[in-house]
Design a protein around this ligand. Structure first.
Ligand code: MG
Length: 280
């Protein structure tokens, strides 16, 4: 199943689609967090109204209940390029995964703008990532049981201001500006994707492929991430985990090449879709 949050006549509604083309409104859920808490649906109800053609697709979870949990430096080739950009910020031994978080007051969906913050940000960057959505409260979950706790998957663009990320040492501010977490276009339910996910992941800027990898290349894989975190913190239903980005971000290019107003960033993950945004 594919789950969407859409705007219909100015109102946010939750919708589902079996094929990614026809969308049906699920009126009994208040929003996506409610749908996740109730475990989603097995099949689209026969009386669910079909949406029109010109529906606006929003982020699947426009207002996450908590900060997004993120993995840093979780693809080997990205570790090399990040170290080349700034050894002080990104170098060194990492025997354990890097976890950080990202404030998201409002996550925007496909086609929405990514603010450039001219004057504050001089190094705006993209990071295409597989987002994992937790389906039920997870505490002390064993590696082999992790799959049972996953509601589904989406695409997250972990937009980053490199100058703020490195200047403040701690990454929180540079990752958390308003508009820095586009997500979408939908959540694909966990049962629709083989576990662990081995999906092509790529990012294009103005049509040029910048990132091109596969989620099987994660250093800390999804069972490790969720079992490790849940050993000490309850991952509540609706939690969003951004699993890290592959090589090819702007700071990794030679010379580093950052986003400018008007640039079109398209994040793609096989089996989920495309998340396209324009820098404004
Ligand atoms: Mg990231």
């Amino acid at each position: 199943m594919r789950y969407y949050t859409i705007e219909v006549n100015g109102k946010e509604r939750v919708a589902a689609s079996a094929d990614g083309r026809e969308l049906f409104i699920l009126s009994r859920f208040a929003d996506m967090n409610d749908l996740i808490a109730q475990g989603g649906i097995c099949e689209i109800p026969g009386d669910a109204p079909r949406t029109g053609e010109d529906v606006k697709i929003l982020s699947p979870i426009p207002r996450p209940k908590q900060d997004v949990i993120c993995l840093g430096i979780n693809y080997a080739a990205h570790a090399v390029e990040a170290d080349r950009f700034s050894s002080e910020a990104f170098g060194g031994e990492r025997p354990y995964p890097i976890f950080f978080s990202k404030r998201v007051n409002y996550s925007q969906g496909p086609e929405a703008g990514i603010p450039s913050y001219r004057g504050l940000v001089d190094s705006l960057d993209y990071e295409c990532e597989l987002g994992v959505i937790i389906g039920r409260d997870a505490r002390n979950v064993k590696r082999e049981d992790v799959q049972d706790y996953i509601f589904g998957y989406t695409i997250v663009n972990d937009v980053s201001a490199r100058n703020l990320q490195t200047r403040h040492k701690q990454w929180y501010f540079g990752k958390s500006l308003d508009g820095f977490t586009p997500m979408g276009p939908c959540i694909v339910s966990a049962d629709a994707i083989a576990f662990p996910p081995a999906l092509g992941i790529s990012c294009l800027v103005n049509g040029e492929t910048r990132q091109d990898s596969n989620t099987r290349n994660l250093i800390a894989d999804i069972p490790e991430i969720i079992s490790m975190l849940s050993e000490g913190m309850t991952l509540q239903a609706g939690t969003i985990i951004a699993t890290g980005t592959p090589a090819g971000v702007g700071m990794g290019l030679t010379p580093p090449t950052f986003l400018n107003e008007g640039d079109v960033v398209e994040c793609r993950i096989e089996g989920i879709g495309s998340l396209r945004n324009i820098v404004c």
